[in-house]
Write a protein that binds this ligand. Sequence first.
Ligand code: ADP
Ligand code: ADP
Length: 208
Amino acid sequence: MRIILVGPPGAGKGTQAARLVDHFRLPHISSGDMFRSAIEAGTELGKTAKGYMDRGDLVPDDVTIGMIMERINQPDCAAGFMLDGFPRTLPQAEALQESLASAGISLNAVVLIEVPDSEIIRRVVGRRLDPQTGQIYHINFNPPPVEIADRVIQREDDTEVTCRSRLQKYHSETAAILSFYDDLGLLRRVDGNCSPDDVARSVIRALS
Ligand code: ADP
Ligand code: ADP
């Protein structure tokens, strides 16, 4: 099964991906997580990505496409994958489509998690991550348990200013991929503005 999760920053892509990969037993490939790991490791890729991410800009297509293509060609992706946060531009979607077509494989579905802009800032600014497990929390909606409360971190780009810029990029760049996938008959829209359990149920329904 080859699935893509799309949605604005803070829509719940990572939260849902964590549940879905358990359900479908697929590798979870998050472009944002890959960039953050590269930054942490101090690689050239990380150095290139950091400036763009700190500003809330998209990392250039050639860098992002190269990173993801290399990843989905790994053996653990042979039977399928769940992409989270890629593609985010039309050239990225086209490059992925071309690469899959030339390998004779296709996508099963592109799930759009829809959340109104008015909800996004709250979600992003309150997001916290457990660096040890990668678990995603929210200071109000899903607070970290007391025993790990002092080790959770906030992403550097999860400020209100940067979030507004990411949201703007989502509308100006990423919205274009929705009609691309709709034309291919792959787009499934899911209401992301309800509890994580309800969203998970809707996603699974959309995929079955
Ligand atoms: P994305 O990967 O799309 O940026 P995340 O999964 O990291 O989004 O979620 C962003 C923030 O919103 C996190 O703090 C998460 O705990 C919270 N969140 C995710 N899904 C929901 C939901 N359905 N309702 C309320 N908060 C949510
Ligand atoms: P979110 O969905 O919460 O906005 P991500 O973790 O998916 O966050 O992405 C964080 C940042 O990483 C983005 O703001 C962008 O700078 C960069 N990034 C991630 N995926 C892509 C992509 N497909 N194309 C370009 N930049 C990306």
